[in-house]
Design a protein around this ligand. Structure first.
Ligand code: ADP
Ligand code: MG
Length: 475
C-alpha cells in the first residue's frame, strides 16, 4: 500500500486528504495519480467503490491554477447526484489550495448557475445536457480547459449521452489532457477513446475475487418493523452454534443485543466505542461459546478471525459490497460451510442486486419464517437433547422416579410435558428498537432522461468542427 505522501503531492493537497480521513491510496489512485501528473491521457477501468473520484480529483486539483481566470478543468458525469458528489469531493481536495468546483446539472435554474459561474470556479462538474446548454449560451467557455475527465463513461453511454460527449470533446483545446473512467469498456467507449485520447495509458484494476464459496447466501424481504421477530424465529429455527448479527450503527448493536437478551438468547455486542479490554472479553466469551450470538458493526468485525461461526445474519444491509463480503467471510471458514441471511427492505432490493452483481453470486430468496417453523425448530432441538441423554445411558438414577410417575399418568402425556419443558417456546417479550433509516444508495441514478432513450436532437448549436483526430491507439 502506498501512502499519499509517497505520491509527490503538494502540502495543501496532502493536508486536505488527511482531513478527509484517507490514509492510503487505493490501487486505482496509486496507479493513476503519478501518470496523470506526468500529463498522460488515461483510461481507468475499475469497479464502483474503488476510489476513482480522488484518482482523478487529486491530480486535477494539483494541476489546476488557483488563479486561473477561466475554466481550467472539466468533469463530465452522467447524473446530477454524481455531479454534486464529485464537485463536493474536488472542493474538499482543493480546499487549502483555493480550488473551487461548481456542479452544473439539468433541473436546476439555469440563471442561478449563470450567477454561480460568475464566481469563476476553476473546475466545472457537469451533466452532458446542461453543459451543452451553457455552451450554446456561451455561459461556459471551454477554450482554456486543460484537463477533461469523463466519469462513468459506460453509464453515460447507457443514458444516451455519447453524441453529447463527442460534441463537448470537440470543443476543448486539442492539447488538453483527457482521462476516461469507466467500470466496463463497451466497444463504443473504446472507439471514443481511440478518437479523442492521445496515446492513453490503460489502467485496469481487476476486481478482487470477492466472494466466499462455502457460504450459502439467502435474503428475506421484510419491513424494518418485522426484522427483530424474524431474527428470533430464525435463531429458533436454525439454532446456530455461533452466530454473528450485523447492525448498521452502534446504537443498533446496543439495542439489538439487549433485546436478544430479554428474549433469552446469550448475546453480546461489539462496536468501535467499546474499550479494547471490553472487546477482548466479549470476543473471548464468544469463542468459548458462552455467548452464542455476537452483534457487531462492520468496523468492529473487520479482521476478526473467529472459527466456528455457522451463521451470519445481516440485520441491516451493509453500505457497500466490500463490507458484505467481509461480513459473510466471517462464516464458512476453514472448509466448513456457513449460512448468511440478509434482511432487505422492499426499497433496498436494488441495492441487493448491486451487491449480487459485484460479488457475482445470487442470493436465494427465502420466505419469512413462520412462528410454527420457529416452534418446530425448537421442538426438534428438545427431542435431540432428550435423545442424546437417552443414548448416553446414564439416567439410571431416575428410573425409579419414572416408574412411579407412569403409575399415575400415561407415558405420552408424561413425555409431552417433558418435551414442553425442554422446548424454548417462541418468546414474545416486548422489546424496543429504534428504527434505522433505510439504506440510501450513494449514487441514485435518476436523471430526467430515460436510460438508453434517444437524445433530443440539438438544434442551433454550432460547435466547431473536430480538430483533427486526436489519437490513435491504446498504449
Ligand atoms: P468510485 O468512483 O470508484 O465508485 P468513489 O470515488 O465514489 O469510488 O469512492 C468510494 C468511497 O471510498 C467514497 O466514500 C470515498 O470517500 C472513499 N475513498 C476513496 N478513496 C479512499 C482512500 N484512499 N481511503 C479511504 N477511503 C477512500
Ligand atoms: Mg465514481
Amino acid at each position: 500500500m502506498t501512502t499519499f505522501n509517497e505520491l509527490g503531492l503538494s502540502d495543501s493537497v496532502i493536508r486536505a486528504i488527511a482531513e478527509m480521513g484517507f490514509e492510503e491510496a487505493t490501487p486505482i489512485q496509486e496507479n493513476t495519480i503519478p501518470l496523470v501528473m506526468t500529463g498522460r491521457d488515461i483510461i481507468g477501468q475499475a469497479q464502483t467503490g474503488t476510489g476513482k473520484t480522488a484518482a482523478f480529483g487529486i491530480p486535477l486539483v494539483e494541476k489546476t491554477d488557483f488563479q486561473a481566470p477561466n475554466i481550467n478543468g472539466l468533469v463530465v458525469a452522467p447524473t446530477r447526484e454524481l455531479a454534486v458528489q464529485v464537485a463536493e469531493e474536488i472542493n474538499k481536495i482543493g480546499h487549502f489550495k483555493g480550488i473551487r468546483a461548481l456542479p452544473i446539472y439539468g433541473g436546476q435554474d439555469i440563471n442561478r448557475q449563470i450567477r454561480a459561474l460568475k464566481n469563476r470556479p476553476q473546475i466545472i462538474v457537469g451533466t452532458p445536457g446542461r453543459l451543452m446548454d451553457h455552451m450554446r449560451r456561451r455561459t461556459i467557455r471551454l477554450q482554456q480547459v486543460e484537463m477533461v475527465i469523463l466519469d462513468e463513461a459506460d453509464e453515460m453511454l447507457n443514458m444516451g449521452f455519447i453524441e453529447d460527449i463527442k460534441t463537448i470533446l470537440e470543443e476543448i483545446p486539442k492539447e488538453s489532457q483527457i482521462l476516461l473512467f469507466s467500470a466496463t469498456m463497451p466497444k463504443q467507449i473504446e472507439d471514443l477513446a481511440r478518437v479523442f485520447l492521445k496515446n492513453p495509458e490503460l489502467v485496469r484494476i481487476q476486481a478482487k475475487e470477492m466472494t466466499v464459496p462455502n457460504t450459502e447466501q439467502s435474503f428475506i424481504e421484510i419491513h424494518e418493523k418485522q426484522k427483530f421477530d424474524v431474527l428470533c424465529r430464525l435463531l429458533d429455527m436454525q439454532s446456530p452454534e455461533l452466530a454473528i448479527v450485523f447492525g448498521r450503527t452502534k446504537r443498533r448493536v446496543d439495542e439489538l443485543y439487549e433485546a436478544l437478551n430479554k428474549r433469552g438468547y446469550a448475546a453480546e455486542g461489539i462496536h468501535g466505542d467499546l474499550t479494547q479490554a471490553r472487546r477482548d472479553s466479549v470476543l473471548r466469551r464468544f469463542k468459548e461459546g458462552v455467548i452464542e450470538i455476537l452483534v457487531a458493526t462492520d468496523v468492529a468485525a473487520r479482521g476478526l478471525d473467529i472459527s466456528g461461526v455457522t451463521h451470519v445474519y445481516n440485520y441491516d444491509l451493509p453500505q457497500d459490497p466490500e463490507s458484505y463480503v467481509h461480513r459473510i467471510g466471517r462464516t464458512g471458514r476453514a472448509g466448513k460451510s456457513g449460512l448468511a441471511i440478509s434482511f432487505v427492505t422492499p426499497r433496498e432490493i436494488g441495492h441487493l442486486k448491486q451487491i449480487e452483481r459485484i460479488t457475482k453470486r445470487k442470493m436465494v430468496r427465502m420466505p419469512v419464517p413462520t412462528i410454527n417453523e420457529a416452534m418446530e425448530g425448537q421442538q426438534r432441538l428438545a427431542v435431540e437433547t432428550l435423545m442424546q441423554a437417552v443414548n448416553k445411558g446414564d439416567a439410571g438414577l431416575y428410573k425409579g422416579l419414572a416408574e412411579e410417575l407412569l403409575e399415575q399418568t400415561d407415558s405420552v402425556t408424561l413425555l409431552a410435558a417433558a418435551l414442553k419443558l425442554l422446548t424454548k417456546e417462541p418468546d414474545t417479550t416486548p422489546v424496543k428498537l429504534t428504527e434505522e433509516p433505510e439504506f440510501k444508495p450513494k449514487k441514485p441514478r435518476f436523471d430526467k432522461r430515460k436510460p438508453g432513450g434517444p437524445r433530443p436532437k440539438q438544434t442551433g448549436y454550432k460547435g466547431s468542427k473536430p480538430q483533427g483526430k486526436r489519437s490513435k491507439k491504446f498504449a
